[in-house]
Design a protein around this ligand. Structure first.
Ligand code: 9UX
Length: 72
């Protein structure tokens, strides 16, 4: 089913970083929505848990050079 989770992201300092996180997650199959909250250092993600996971999404963000942690 669909899950909505929050991923904490350290290392985002400007809108370019937000764009980088978008780009890093754009091709993840099953990720339905990502809302990146720069001021709160987090992203809210909604995904199909039969196709992907919060940990997979966080790993893609890590690979883009940020420090992503699943928080809930
Ligand atoms: Mo903005 Mo983020 O110039 O690495 S893109 S700080």
């Amino acid at each position: 089913g669909n899950q909505t989770r929050i991923i904490k992201i350290d290392g985002m300092t400007c809108g370019g970083c937000v764009a980088s996180v978008h780009n890093a997650t754009a091709d993840i199959d099953g990720l339905d929505d990502i809302s990146i909250e720069l001021a709160d250092n987090q992203a809210t993600v909604t995904f199909d848990d039969s196709k992907t996971s919060a940990e997979t999404i966080a790993a893609a963000i890590d690979d883009a050079g940020f420090d992503a942690t699943v928080t809930n």
